[in-house]
Design a protein around this ligand. Sequence first.
Ligand SMILES: Cc1cc2nc3c(=O)[nH]c(=O)nc-3n(C[C@H](O)[C@H](O)[C@H](O)COP(=O)(O)OP(=O)(O)OC[C@H]3O[C@@H](n4cnc5c(N)ncnc54)[C@H](O)[C@@H]3O)c2cc1C
Length: 505
Amino acid sequence: MHPPEKYDIVIIGSGLGGLLCANLLAMHGKKVCVLEKNKQFGGNLQTFARDKQVFDTGVHYIGGLDKGQNLYQVFKYVGLMDQLKLERMNECFDKVLIGSDTTIYCQAQGYEAFIKNLTKHFPEEVQHIVAYCERIKEVCASYPLYNLTLKAEEDMAYKGNNQSAREIIASFTSNKKLQAVLAGNNILYAGDSGKTPFHVHALITNSYIESSWKCVGGGSQIAKILAANLRKNGSEIIRNCEVKKIVEENGRIVYVETERGNKVYGNHFISNINPATTLHITDSSLLKGLYRKRIDNLQQGISSFSVHIVLKGKTIPYEKCNYYYHREGQLWNLNNYTPDSWPLGYGLYFTEDKQNKGFAATVSLLTPMRFDEVAQWSGTYNRVGKAANRGTDYERFKEHKTRQLLELVDERFPEIVKNIKSVYASTPLTNRDYIGDATGSMYGIEKDYHDPLKTMISPRTKIPNLFLTGQNLNLHGILGTSLSAVLTCVMLLGNEGLVEEIRKA
Ligand SMILES: Cc1cc2nc3c(=O)[nH]c(=O)nc-3n(C[C@H](O)[C@H](O)[C@H](O)COP(=O)(O)OP(=O)(O)OC[C@H]3O[C@@H](n4cnc5c(N)ncnc54)[C@H](O)[C@@H]3O)c2cc1C
């Protein structure tokens, strides 16, 4: 009998966080094994096909990918930039629509263009707009890792950021419409008036103002390239392999056990899955009750309802921008809808028709939805390889919600609604089953400006060879998850020089 293979690093979950860590570590000579519960790797980077069209589950656009910008450097370092098929979005990358106001407000790439475009609509506010931009830049400059430098080990600790996004934006201008435009795309971070910290708004907004990009053909190419690079480096990704236990002996994790009872041994372990779930499946007295309780009590952010539309051919022009709509006065309330008021707004994203350039092939709609709406079907489970029918009531629920969302979209985009060829919906249960978060949260642990440090999680745990990574740690999104992966690897390798290597790549 051969002794079981032992890897340098075992990673649980092949989301962007897991795959980036795997690449960074393999590039430093480590033999890595990534274990993924799904048939498709990539987590939120997964795409799916309906009616011959490809849809993204969770990446509509990415910021910071121009030469020398923060995400560009990370992606370049791991060999992504040479292979990714990207398309730069229009100068106006996000268009904001408010209630019945027919004006289309524009958020533009580059601070000069951003200010110029907003000033067209709000000429008397120019000084306030400039001051707001300066504050965004100031906040971003105060986070070393965001600027690919490393000052202290726990570098993503957002010191002193106990300011509310809503209040800080309102402190620059009393013009309610301008406030609504500045935060009009707040679905990007599930904006909530009572919780969202200003730094979350600033770090995300800045990265898109710096530059905005779409992945041509979908975000899954990021995962595919990272997986291929990994295999070239002699590491492994095992799919359809759910980790059920993380086993500690004598103060160190020795192996993880999969659903099928297989044991995968390693020297170090990284969990890319929800931190609370990680602790639930780790039986160790080193993880003290207080730590477990703190992590367990962190609120997961809201989930989503998405509608994916295949359009009739050559009907809708393709626009290299997104639209964000919210009902008048509901800017910060999208998550706090009532059954009668849902939906209070949406994000709208296009893909281009490959055969008929200049026309849109698909449109995806995204709006917040709480898990309790689908809780009655939470006992059902449905994903590729474990398909199950949730029943006709669930189908009726999806149809009803799709109709409600399309009615709202029809107010501003009647041509889109008129030209639907086929339509598909996904709910918080879809998110839960495909990604693994218990309530299908879009962006993981909710940040709260009242106690920002509480919602910050270190990549280190009390078990010296168990680390965490992913969007739950510091900041969600492709950029936030990538920076967290860098920090996880800095800590695991004990190599602070890694950040400089990335900056100079
Ligand atoms: C609807 C939506 C739209 C979004 N749009 C954008 C956007 O436009 N731009 C942007 O920058 N960001 C966007 N995001 C956010 C972005 O997609 C995420 O922040 C990022 O992909 C999270 O990566 P992750 O590595 O933290 O984890 P995840 O993607 O959650 O990956 C975790 C992985 O772990 C696996 N897993 C779970 N449990 C187990 C287990 N027990 N054993 C083995 N494997 C397991 C899962 O299957 C999954 O593959 C969006 C997210 C959503 C939901």
